[in-house]
Design a protein around this ligand. Structure first.
Ligand code: SAM
Length: 262
């Protein structure tokens, strides 16, 4: 069993980290940097270090009465894997996370072998490009996370289709958007592929808001969607953030008291 000092040293050597993931009741990947678990972006290669497990739990608890018991969970562009670990903690039968960068999958696998606060069996991580996901011949998943990836793709509809085709019940979708443009479009841009948090192709498209997602999600086979968030980025007034939930099972989103998209 490694000491906290040893683990902290290993965590720091694998940085920068985006996910603050609990390892024991008292210690987390973020606490390797500061007792509070918080770290300014400037001190973290311009990457935000975030504790994301609780917000995910609250989404799942609104959809299902008994957590993810018996469900298969897919996380696209999983980074260090916080959602796969939390899904397993919520009794998912299997969690699969993939990311195009080995930097993040190395972190996810390190956490898998050091996290003792909940079981880490039945979790698998892989270095994989979203556009190659269908080559893996994976069985279907019940719940899919598609967060922070749509706006990093040269063909976002084709990318989202790879995930949607593997999804049986619910898609949790979160994307950066443009802000202030009329909604109903995808706006092209060029991004720096050397940033570990960005895409790997250079061309990217930002949705202008939730409206443009309706035909895309219907085309991909979803029958209902609800909009959780659409707000301006306080750090950059030209950008926004949107979170929505889409389902292929009528009524599965009924407990969300947020506006229906369709
Ligand atoms: C903004 S981060 C979001 C990470 C994570 N989904 C989250 O919400 O915390 C974008 C992630 O997408 C990954 N990524 C970018 N392009 C990808 C692609 N084509 N296939 C798979 N992962 C990709 C990056 O390596 C990075 O981990």
């Amino acid at each position: 069993m490694k000491s906290i000092e040893q683990m902290s040293e290993e965590i720091r050597s694998l940085g920068p980290w985006h996910h603050d993931i609990p390892l024991t009741e008292q210690f987390s990947t973020g606490k390797a940097f500061a007792a509070s678990g918080t770290l300014e972006r400037d001190a973290n290669h311009n990457v935000s270090l975030l504790a994301l497990a609780d917000s995910f739990r609250s989404i799942v608890d609104t959809i299902y009465d008994d957590g993810l018991k018996g469900k298969r969970f897919l996380d696209c562009a999983c980074n260090a894997g916080v959602y796969c670990f939390t899904a397993r903690e919520m009794e998912a039968d299997f969690s699969f996370g993939f990311d195009a960068r080995d930097h993040w999958i190395n972190q996810a696998n390190w956490v898998k072998s050091h996290r003792t606060v909940s079981p880490t069996d039945r979790i698998q991580f892989s270095v994989c490009d979203l556009y190659d996901l269908d080559k893996r011949n994976l069985p279907l998943f019940d719940v899919t996370m598609f967060k922070g990836i749509f706006y990093h793709l040269p063909d976002p509809v084709a990318g989202l289709k790879k995930a949607a085709d593997l999804t049986r019940e619910v898609l949790i979708f979160n994307s950066q958007t443009s802000w202030g443009d009329p909604d109903g479009y995808l706006l092209p841009g060029l991004e720096n592929v050397t940033s570990r948090m960005s895409g790997v192709y250079g061309l990217n498209w930002r949705p202008t808001g939730p409206k443009v997602m309706t035909p895309i999600l219907k085309y991909l086979g979803f029958c209902e969607a609800k909009l959780q968030t659409f707000r301006q980025n306080p750090r950059n007034p030209e950008l926004g953030r949107m979170e929505l939930y889409a389902t292929k099972v009528p009524g599965l989103l009924d407990k969300f008291s947020v506006p229906k998209l369709f």
